[in-house]
Design a protein around this ligand. Sequence first.
Ligand code: FES
Length: 163
Amino acid sequence: MSDGLMTRVNELLSHYPADKKKSAMLPVLHAVQDAHDNWLSLGLMDKVAEILEVKPIEVYEVVTFYTMFNQKPIAKYMFEFCRTSCCALRGGEDLMEYTCQKLGVKQGETTADGMFSVVGVECLGACGFGPMLQLGDNYHENLTKEKIDTLIEDCKQGKVNLH
Ligand code: FES
């Protein structure tokens, strides 16, 4: 891990008691993932365990539980469609399928150029604005096929800010 990242990690740890480093696991994992092309290798997870003074399995448990942590390289643009009931009732699954067909991938797959992937995730807490998806740190709500078309085109043209 770079010196800059370690500085960031130490700053995060400073918010917690020295004997409760484990409490910083989520922010530390986010910082480490952000600094490594948005995914966490086994080596990085082990390093986080070392820093937090926990067993590696405790880090694996967290990383494998939350969909915001990626265990393998992902596409530049990962469309995370909510597939829970409110969004599903408003056509979320159909829109996810539409997006898959448009990009020529199945759920969980990445396009050959590494630009796009489509995944289904559980409720993202924007139930009143479904169907919705998360792209980077941003939500795209009240989706339609037209909005999906525009979003994909904007991504291709580099107009979409992920943070
Ligand atoms: S059901 Fe889709 S955001 Fe909650």
